[in-house]
Write a protein that binds this ligand. Structure first.
Ligand SMILES: [Zn+2]
Length: 293
C-alpha cells in the first residue's frame, strides 16, 4: 500500500491508498514550523508510523510540498521557510529507512487529476495551480514528466508582460503576477479598485455592474487565454485541469476557452479546460501515486 503526505506550511496531512487507489485512512497534524526543520521532519515520521500502525503494513512513501525541488532533492522557494536549502529527501529517507519520492504540490496535483480525477483517460494532462502562486505539472501516459532541471510545467514564470509587476523570482511580468489570487487583487487595485478585496468579492462586484471589477475580470480572462495558449501550442495536451483557489472562478470555464482560442495555433480550441475533481485531496493522493501500484 502507498502513503501520501502533503507537507504544508500549517498542516501535515497523510493518507493510505490501497492497490486500487482507494483511500483507507487519513490523518492530519499541525506542522510545527516554529520548532524548526528537525521537528518538521520528525512530525512527518510520526505521521507515517501512525498510519502504518493503523493498517499494520509497511508502505511506500510519497511527499508533496510547496516550493521548487532541486534535482538533488533539496528545497527552495517553500513557504515552509525552515525547509529551504535543506536536503529534505535525503533526510526523510534516513529517518524513515527507505526510499522516499518527493514532488512539489503542482506536480502531485497534476498526477492525481490525471490518474483519478478530471483528466482520467487523457493521455497528456497539464495540471494547473492558480492559487497564492501559479504552478503546473505535466503527466504523460500516467507518468510525471520531470524534465532535465525539474522545471517542466512551470508556466507561472513565463513572461507574460515584460513591463509587468516584479515577481519574487527576480523577473518582471511573470504569469504568476497576474493569474494568482494576489496578482488578480493587485491588478484590480492598479485599475483603481479598492484594496483588500478577495478574488470572489471582485467577481461579485463585476456581476453587480462595477466597471472597474468587470475590467479587471476581462484582463484576467485575456491574460489567462494568452498564457495558457502558449502552453497548449507547445504541449497540445489532451486535457487541462485547473486547481487552486482562483480556479473556482466560473468565468474561467464559461469565458476562458474563447480567450484561449484567440491565441492558439488552430482554427478552434479542441483542448478541454476542466475543473479538478480531487479538491483539497489532490496533494496527498498525488503524493501516494508517485509510486506505481
Ligand atoms: Zn516569476
Amino acid at each position: 500500500m502507498r502513503i501520501g503526505i502533503d507537507l504544508g506550511g500549517s498542516k501535515t496531512e497523510g493518507v493510505v491508498l490501497d492497490t486500487r487507489g482507494d483511500q483507507l485512512l487519513r490523518l492530519r497534524r499541525p506542522t510545527p514550523q516554529h520548532l524548526g526543520y528537525q521537528a518538521v521532519l520528525e512530525n512527518v515520521a510520526t505521521l507515517v508510523y501512525a498510519l502504518e500502525q493503523d493498517i499494520d503494513s509497511r508502505c511506500t512513501i510519497g511527499i508533496a510540498t510547496p516550493g521548487t525541488l532541486n534535482p538533488d532533492g533539496s528545497v527552495k522557494n517553500s513557504n515552509t521557510i525552515c525547509l529551504n536549502g535543506q536536503p529534505l529527501q535525503r533526510d526523510l529517507e534516513t529517518l524513515l529507512m527507505r526510499p522516499v519520492r518527493l514532488e512539489n504540490d503542482a506536480n502531485c496535483f497534476a498526477l492525481a487529476e490525471a490518474i483519478g480525477g478530471a483528466g482520467r483517460g487523457a493521455h497528456t494532462v497539464f495540471g494547473v495551480i492558480m492559487g497564492t502562486g501559479v504552478g503546473g505539472g505535466i503527466v504523460v501516459g500516467g507518468q510525471l514528466l520531470p524534465g532535465l532541471a525539474h522545471i517542466a510545467g512551470e508556466w507561472g514564470h513565463n513572461c507574460l508582460e515584460p513591463d509587468g509587476p516584479r515577481c519574487y523570482c527576480g523577473r518582471n511580468g511573470c504569469v504568476e503576477t497576474f493569474l494568482s489570487g494576489p496578482g488578480f487583487a493587485a491588478d484590480y487595485q492598479r485599475l483603481g479598485g479598492s484594496t483588500g478585496l478577495t478574488p470572489p468579492a471582485i467577481v461579485q462586484r463585476a456581476q453587480q455592474g462595477d466597471g472597474i471589477a468587470r475590467a479587471a475580470l476581462e484582463r484576467l480572462l485575456e491574460r489567462f487565454g494568452r498564457a495558457l495558449a502558449s502552453v497548449i501550442n507547445i504541449l497540445d495536451p489532451h486535457a487541462v485541469v485547473l486547481g487552486g483557489g482562483l480556479s473556482n472562478l466560473e468565468a474561467l470555464y464559461s469565458e476562458g476557452p474563447e480567450h484561449i482560442a484567440q491565441h492558439v495555433f488552430d482554427t478552434n480550441l479542441k483542448t478541454p479546460i476542466l475543473r479538478n475533481l480531487n479538491g483539497d485531496s489532490a496533494g496527498v493522493h498525488g503524493a501516494a501515486q508517485l509510486w506505481p501500484t
